[in-house]
Design a protein around this ligand. Structure first.
Ligand code: PMP
Length: 451
């Protein structure tokens, strides 16, 4: 296998990096290449394929649903699968989040939340100045221009900067690289939350509509999370300054962290919560923005009754049916409990990797675990992006038959390199052991290559 960057077909994708073999099919936690090689899907695509590949129950359900109805437009019709799915999503969300707006993916979901927050204040008291969304550096909220405006990953923003809304950014709860020299995660959490208040004061509360945060960071600083106090303080600050709190659970939601929603780890109480990815386990594109009765009624009952937004595939009956079925399977098979158990087992086992000089930090919740690689453990100095650590670790893993989710390095050189581990949440203990074995071999080899 080589790092051949030349396109090998006419599929136009962001990163034409064809070091990966063509995939023939999937089976449980495995992806099977056309060469017959089996790969543990160590990242479920990008924390998507939560219940694994080739699920027969989903296949049967999909066939029957397609035979029954192809499509209805949500502006006029509803179908039982849409209603069932909305009800189940609300039951998975923290208390008070009850109204589900369907979309087709994560970026659409965060963009929807952003527009909901904007319209909420216009409808409630005509506050047209209240439009800014405060977000964080080292965050990812999507690729569309609205969601990218909230994203704090420099490498993804740079080229589009002139097209982006000027939303303010504060520091992430990135304890390993926290800018305050904080010694504990609690201290980082408190100082990061305090920045929110300072930023609101500096922008003026009448100009800020919402604050958006991931509960556990995905691609931008994988596995980073705060302590509960962070979200307690965020809630308090948002209430004090009349600002909505949006929780981006696109990656961390849907059982991925060993709770239905990652907000549950912190008893966080957002006004709007967004989900996608694992919601349908990748069997179909779907996402949702879920809001409180207060937000819903302000726009839809007391206000104009018209949320000025909408995509053709919002509430696609098949997608809703599949997502509902996925959640039903997760509930029935206790996969969330399994995720918590295997996640704890894996993160404890990963501690052994600190013996390698390049392993700087390991953090995460459930089966959403980040490993950060550094050139110097003492100083935390990252490798130069030209070393292509993320390419090398990916290749080493692929050779072992493991697929990680690589990040950093050439994407955003200031951050260093990392991988995200997020295997299907129904992974067994034996499969976790196998994943670990393959990963350790790949990291050992990487250490030898770099030193
Ligand atoms: N928010 C978060 C936290 C994400 O991880 C992602 C995708 N990586 C998105 C939003 C955007 O989702 P999508 O790629 O489905 O548009």
């Amino acid at each position: 296998m080589s790092l051949n960057k030349a396109p090998r077909n006419n599929v136009f994708y962001r990163n034409q990096n064809w070091m990966y073999p063509r995939i023939e099919r999937g089976e449980g936690i495995y992806l099977i290449g056309e060469n017959g090689k089996r790969y543990i899907d160590g990242c479920s695509g990008s924390a998507v394929a939560n219940i694994g590949h080739g699920n027969k129950e989903i296949a049967q359900f999909t066939k029957e649903h397609i035979e029954r109805i192809a499509f209805t437009h949500l502006s006029r019709w509803t179908v039982d699968s849409i209603e069932k799915c909305a009800k189940r999503i609300a039951s998975w969300c923290p208390e008070g989040l009850s109204h589900v707006y369907f979309v087709s993916g994560g970026s659409e979901a965060t963009e929807t939340a952003m527009k909901m927050a904007r319209q909420y204040f216009v409808e409630r008291d005509g506050k047209t100045n209240k439009w800014k969304i405060i977000s964080k550096w080292n965050s990812y909220h999507g690729a569309t221009l609205g969601s990218l405006s909230m994203t704090g990953t420099i490498g993804r923003r740079k080229i589009y900067d002139p097209l982006l809304a000027s939303f303010p950014k504060i520091s992430q709860f990135y304890h390993y690289r926290n800018p305050w020299g904080a010694k504990s995660l609690e201290e980082t959490s408190i100082l990061a939350a305090k920045e929110l208040e300072m930023e609101i004061l500096s922008q003026g509360q009448d100009n800020v509509a919402a604050f958006i945060s991931e509960p556990v960071v995905g691609s931008a600083a994988p596995g980073c999370h705060p302590e509960k106090i962070y979200f307690d303080m965020v809630r308090e600050i948002c209430d004090k300054y009349d600002i909505l709190f949006i929780m981006d659970e696109v990656m961390a939601g849907s059982g991925r962290t060993g709770k239905k929603m990652a907000s549950d780890h912190f008893q966080a109480k957002p006004d709007i919560l967004v989900v996608a990815k694992g919601l349908s386990s990748g069997y179909t594109p779907i996402g949702a923005a879920v809001c409180t009765t207060e937000v819903f009624e302000t726009i839809m009952v007391k206000g104009s009754g018209n949320f000025i937004h909408g995509h053709t595939y919002a509430g696609n009956p098949l997608s809703c049916g599949i997502a509902d079925k996925v959640m039903e399977i997760i509930e029935r098979e206790n996969y969330i409990e399994n995720c918590a158990i295997q996640g704890e087992y894996l993160i404890n086992k990963l501690d052994e990797l600190y013996k390698y000089p390049i392993v700087g930090d390991i953090r995460g919740k459930g089966l959403m675990i980040g490993i950060e690689f550094v050139k110097d453990k003492e100083t935390k100095e990252p490798f130069d992006s030209s070393v292509n650590v993320k390419g090398k670790i990916t290749l080493n893993c692929l050779e072992e038959g493991l697929v990680p989710y690589p990040g950093g390095g050439s994407v955003d050189g200031v951050r260093g390199d990392h991988i995200l581990l997020a295997p299907p949440i129904n992974i067994t203990r034996e499969e976790v052991d196998l994943l670990y074995e393959k990963l350790e071999t790949a990291i050992k080899k990487l250490s030898e290559q770099l030193f």
